[in-house]
Design a protein around this ligand. Structure first.
Ligand code: URA
Ligand code: CA
Length: 432
């Protein structure tokens, strides 16, 4: 196999064979194929696409480029959830205990946040004492005992993806459906998932700006998962405005606790129940998605989901008194309300702008090395479609800096009040 011939083949829109894909990824990971040739291949894939079989082959070749987590010591079907990323997305904090409360094992490997979207680990670490440094043995023991544990990323998983992603970043080949789909799916599979639920976001705050692109990506990932023996379902959900009300680490933990108490924002609850019912159903519980959803609703009502959250937090060293009393979570020094400058209806709360505003406050990392401030962030009081009076508080900024003109400016770039506006639907499509 000569790499130049494979580039020519793909350039002409022909499908690469399984063996060609496997050899190419193996040799690229080993440093035997130079970046300039792989760059040309990525550009050829970008323009010529891949068929379903090629996408599955590419995914599995990336899985096999490194270690794979072996979760076979955990009893039951391990279902993982992946979100393509958004602003104020608190779903994992709610879903992990909620789904586990029905006996579904949740063995979650999570990351820290980069940029204006938060990471689950950062959020959890705003609970005093909570830690994610668990050995593989302890992690498995906790999942078997409590049905839920979260561990930080470790090990040499999918090294081919790390190399390819860095190369795509500098060759303008990130936005390619086969490349994104194989990148995301390879990481979930290498992390040991038996079944996968995907939350593909669409809108201004999302990686996929249009619903059509989100749909193509979701279908590609579902096809890959199902064809490599991991039952996969997906939801396409709105990320044009932030999810729920809270953006920021400790603020989102409080929002998750409220949701597990049955007092959370309607959109966050709806998304958790939609994704959660897919997870429960894939784990073999409930005769259909509707029954799975009812079981989850019951678990919130009877307190089992919140109880499971306490067990989970306590077993990873966290102080559970914050769950009964969220006032004990890290708190910012100042609270500044942003007031409506006219009466009308909220027509826009651009997720990206609000996410960047929260990052400037210190809730997110501008670079990998940035320190984050767990207490700060933004709490919305209105969502798109809501009526406002002049002078009414649209949102509250939680800050440890006295002067925040840049943050206020960003927020005003993101919010529009118009004469009329309709609410934005949250769920665009459910793919089963
Ligand atoms: N997220 C990933 O993990 N991979 C991509 O290619 C794009 C987004
Ligand atoms: Ca939120």
């Amino acid at each position: 196999m000569r790499m130049v011939d494979l580039i020519t083949k793909k350039q002409h829109g022909k499908a690469l064979t399984t063996e060609e894909i496997n050899t190419m990824i193996e040799e690229y990971t080993a440093g035997k194929i130079p970046d300039y040739q792989m760059s040309a291949m990525l550009m050829a894939i970008y323009f010529k696409d891949m068929d379903d079989r090629e996408k599955s082959d590419l995914t599995m070749s990336i899985v096999h480029s490194g270690e794979e987590i072996d979760l076979s010591a955990i009893k039951g079907i391990k279902v993982d959830k992946h979100s393509t990323g958004g602003v104020g997305d608190t779903t994992t904090l709610v879903l992990a205990p909620l789904v586990a409360s029905l006996g579904v094992p949740i063995a979650k490997m999570s990351g820290r946040g980069l940029g204006h979207t938060g990471g689950t680990i950062d959020k959890l670490e705003s609970i005093p004492g909570f830690h994610v440094e668990l050995t593989q043995e302890k992690f498995i023991e906790l999942v078997n005992k409590n049905k839920v544990a979260v561990v930080g990323q470790s090990g040499n998983l999918t090294p081919a993806d790390k190399k390819l992603y860095a190369l795509r970043d500098v060759t303008s080949t990130v936005e390619s459906i086969p490349l994104i789909a194989s990148s995301i799916m390879s990481k979930k599979i290498a992390a040991g998932a038996d079944a996968i639920v995907l939350d593909v976001k669409t809108g201004a705050g999302a990686f996929m700006k249009t619903t059509e692109d989100a749909r193509l990506l979701a279908h590609a990932m579902v096809q890959i998962g199902n064809s490599v023996g991991r039952n996969t379902m997906a939801v396409i959900s709105d990320m044009s405005q932030p999810l729920g009300f809270a953006i920021g680490n400790a603020l989102e933990v409080k929002e998750a606790i409220d949701t597990l108490n049955g007092k959370g924002p309607a959109d966050l609850l709806d998304l958790c129940l939609t994704l959660g019912s897919q997870m429960v159903h894939l784990a073999g519980i409930g005769k259909d998605l509707d029954e799975a959803r009812s079981l989850l609703e019951e678990s919130i009502e009877n307190g089992k989901a919140l109880e499971k959250f306490k067990t989970f937090v306590a077993s990873q060293g966290g102080d559970i008194s914050v769950i009964d009393n969220p006032e004990l979570l890290p708190k910012a020094e100042y609270q500044v309300d942003i007031l409506a400058n006219r009466a009308g209806y909220i027509s826009e709360i651009i997720a990206d702008e609000l996410g960047i505003a929260a990052m400037i406050l210190g809730a997110g990392r501008a670079t990998k090395e940035s320190e984050i401030d767990l207490a700060v962030g933004i709490v919305l009081h209105k969502k798109v479609g809501d009526a406002v009076k002049k002078g009414e508080a649209l949102l509250t900024i939680h800050t440890n800096k006295e002067e925040i003109p840049e943050v206020e400016q960003k927020i005003w770039e993101g919010i529009t009040i118009a004469d009329s506006a309709a609410p934005i639907p949250l769920i665009h499509e459910v793919i089963t």
